[in-house]
Each structure stands twice: as C-alpha cells, then as structure tokens.
Write a protein that binds this ligand. Structure first.
Ligand code: HEC
Length: 140
C-alpha cells in the first residue's frame, strides 16, 4: 500500500503541494488571458531575435527585395493572418531558427507587426479588444 510506505505526513504534504501547484498554474493562465499583447515587447523581441535577417522598424517596404522579407512587407502582405505568422514562428522554414517562443511572446510580435501596417483598409492581424483572442492550436 502506497500510504503505508510513504506515511500519512508525506501523502498529505504531496497533496497540499499538488493543490498549490494547480492553483498557481491556473493563476498563471488567467494572467496570460488578461494581459493584452504588447507591441513594445514585440519590438524588443524582434530587435533581439529577428533583426539579423529581417529588416524591421518599417524599413524595406518595397516589393522587390532579395533575401528574407522585411517586417513591413510581412505585415502588409495581402491576406496575411496572425495564424500564419504564428505557424511560421512555431515551425519555421530553414534558415529561420526555431526560437521556442511562448504564446504570449508570439502575440507580442504580432502586435508589433500590426504597428507596421500602412494600409488601414486591410483587416487587423489581431481582432480588436472584446472580439476574442485568435484561437491557436497547441504546439506539438
Ligand atoms: C536566420 C535568419 C532569420 C531569422 C533570425 C528570422 N527569420 Fe524570419 N524568415 C527568414 C527567411 C529566410 C524567411 C523566408 C522563408 C521562406 O520563405 O520559407 C523568413 C520568413 C519569415 C516569415 C514568413 C513571412 C510570410 O508572410 O510568409 C515570418 C512571419 C518571419 N520570418 C518572422 C520572423 C520573426 C518574427 C523573427 C524573429 C523572432 C524571424 N523571422 C527571425 C529568416 C530569418
């Protein structure tokens, strides 16, 4: 019997720890839900991880370019979606490295890309507040 082997004290402390852990995990999840994506944090991440290959900060918006697309052209690409950008960041094609971003970091990067959009007639990458967050599949 597992209880006799471990003793009640042990069983109780393990249950208490599990309870605390579950509480903390659900709090972290709620926090994540409540915090809106931050374009500023997205820009910081982009300067750290993307600048080596992509032109960021709205430079290089033209159509004719060599090498990786600029952030301006990624943001303004017709039919561009948050889901596509998310997919690229979860499963990048070579030579883009897999940077193992969290959901929150990816949403921040998307919020930053949103600020580089120049055509106000195309729909936003992220739905405006109150219309729900885009639903992303869990990375496998
Ligand atoms: C080592 C170079 C490299 C780094 C670093 C890099 N990328 Fe890329 N990225 C590329 C290349 C090259 C492509 C084009 C790949 C292709 O067409 O398959 C690309 C394509 C993309 C695309 C797809 C564009 C589209 O509309 O299909 C997105 C989005 C993107 N990168 C975002 C990022 C972000 C965000 C970062 C930083 C977190 C980043 N990349 C870092 C090289 C890089």
């Amino acid at each position: 019997m597992i209880v006799r082997k471990l003793g009640w004290n042990r069983v109780i402390s393990v249950s208490v720890l599990t309870f605390i852990w579950l509480g903390a995990a659900s709090m972290a999840f709620e926090g994540d839900e409540a915090k809106p994506p931050s374009a500023t944090e997205g820009q910081e991440l982009s300067e750290k991880f993307c600048k080596a290959c992509h032109l960021i900060n709205g430079q290089g918006g033209g159509t004719a370019q060599v090498g990786p697309p600029s952030f301006a052209s990624i943001a303004n690409r017709p039919g561009q979606t948050a889901q596509h950008i998310k997919n690229v960041l979860i499963q990048p094609h070579a030579p883009m490295p897999d940077m193992h971003f969290s959901n929150e970091e990816i949403l921040n990067i998307i919020a930053y890309l949103e600020t580089l959009r120049t055509d106000p007639t195309i729909p936003p990458l992220l739905p405006p507040k109150g219309e729900g967050k885009p639903k992303f599949p869990k990375p496998t």
